[in-house]
Design a protein around this ligand. Structure first.
Ligand SMILES: [Mg+2]
Length: 109
């Protein structure tokens, strides 16, 4: 599936709600919450702070999808085509501006 397919799936699912998409600032708050949940999972996986014994198990992959879902809601409510944006950003920033920014692996045999 492409990002456009995910955007369509989210748009179809959210059509049952009124409003279909929350106001932008509420979506931003949700994105911040979900990003914090990713941080919490990363901290539990790699940090010294472990989960409480009575804490419900969550998974990093679930939390990452929550972030992506929220980003898609923001994109949809702003009329952004994420496939087009992805192609443009990859071309301009990653393959262009940052092409020589990071140290490369030595791929010589
Ligand atoms: Mg979450």
């Amino acid at each position: 599936m492409s990002l456009k397919d995910y955007q369509k799936e989210v748009d179809e699912w959210t059509k049952q709600f009124d409003p279909q998409y929350w106001p932008a600032l509420e979506q931003l708050a949700r994105l911040t919450e979900e990003t914090g949940e990713v941080a919490r999972e990363i901290n539990h996986l790699h940090g010294t702070k472990k989960k409480k014994s009575d804490e419900a198990p969550r998974k990093l992959d679930d939390e990452l999808i929550d972030v992506i879902f929220t980003v898609i809601c923001l994109a949809n409510s702003h009329g952004i085509n994420l496939d087009e944006a992805w192609e443009r950003v990859m071309r301009e920033k990653h393959y262009g501006r940052d092409a020589n920014r990071y140290e490369r692996k030595d791929l010589q045999p």
